[in-house]
Design a protein around this ligand. Sequence first.
Ligand SMILES: O=C(O)CCC(=O)C(=O)O
Length: 364
Amino acid sequence: MNSKLENLWEEVRELSLGTTPQIDRLHTPPTPLQFLRHYLSQNKPFILSASAATTLQWPATTLWTSTSYLLNTLSSSTVSLHLTPTGQADSLTAHPSNPDSLCFASAHVQRAPFSDAIHAIKASRKDSNKGFVAYAQQQNDCFREEYGALAGDCDSDISWATEAIGGLPEAVNLWIGNDLSETSFHKDHYENLYAVVTGEKHFLLLPPTDVHRMYIREYPAAQYVYSEETEEFELKLENPTRHVPWCSVNPYSLPKEKKKEMTKFPLYYNGPKPFEVIVKAGEILYLPSMWFHHVRQTADNRELTIAVNYWYDMQFDIKYAYFNFLQSLTCCKSHSHALNGGESFTNEDVFDGDENLREELNGC
Ligand SMILES: O=C(O)CCC(=O)C(=O)O
C-alpha cells in the first residue's frame, strides 16, 4: 500500500482524531470558543450526548413522538417525498442498458400532502414488500420551507455554532425515514449540526484526508420514475448525458459481493476503520465540512426516524485548498470504471498519469 498516503491517514488520526474508531463525546454543550478551538478549526467531529444536562430541550422531542400531532400540525402542508426501489437514494446502481456497469441514480421526487407522505414512509418499511421505499428528505432548507408549521418546535439555529461560525445556518432540513432509508457515502461543503429527534441514525465517517479510499469516479446520472398505475420504477438516464462524481464504495455490500468489493477497493478495506457513530434521539452530531459520511437508521416504535440538520456555510480556506490538491492526485480511469462496471483499482491508479508525483509521493 502506498506508504505516503498511509502515513497521512495515520498522522491525522494520531495528531487530531484519535486511533480508536470512536469520536469525542461531550456531556455538556461546548461554549462557542470551545467549539471553535477544539472542533471547528480542527475539522474534527464530536457527538453531544443525550445526558440529563444536554438532551435537546426542544418541544419536538416529545411532540414529534405523536403521529397525530404531526398530522394535525401539518394538515395543510405539502411536502417532497423521495421514492426509490430499495431505500438507497442518490446512490450507485446497475446501469439501465448495461447491467455490468453502474450509474448514479436519483430518487423519484413527488409532492404529496403530509398525511400521504407519512403513510407511505410507514407503509414502506422493512419486510413490507411495498415495491418502493419513501423518504422525506428534500435538502433545500425544507424545514423552514415545507415544514414551517413545525418551526416553533425546534431551535432555529444551534447557538454555540452560530456564534463560532459567525452566521446563521444556510439551510435547515428535516429528514423523515424508516429502517430502509439509506444515504450513500458522500461529502458536503457545509458544517453540519445533525440532531436526531426520534429513532437512531448510524453514521460511518471518514476524514477528507482519506479521499482516495472512497474511489470517487464519474458515473452517468439517471433518475427513477415511479408509476402509480403499474407500481413499478423505470430508471431513465439523463439526456443529454451528465456525469456525477460519486464515491464507489458501498460499505454494506451483500455478503456474496463482499470479496469482489474488497478486491476493487483495497484502500478502503485495508485502511483504518471508519469512525462509527450512532446518534440517538436527543443527541447532536457535529459533522465537519468535507467529511465523507454514509448514513443508515433504526426507526422508533412507529417505524419512523426523524432528524433535523443545520447546514452552515463552510470557510473556503487553506484546508479546502489542501484538500483540492490532495484530491487532484487521482487516477485517470474514472470513466472506464463507470462504463466497465468497475475493474480492480490499485494504489497505482491513484497516481496514474503523473510519474513525477508518483515518485515524489511514493517515496520509492
Ligand atoms: O440522514 C441522512 O440520511 C443523510 C444525512 C446527510 O447526508 C447530511 O446531513 O448531509
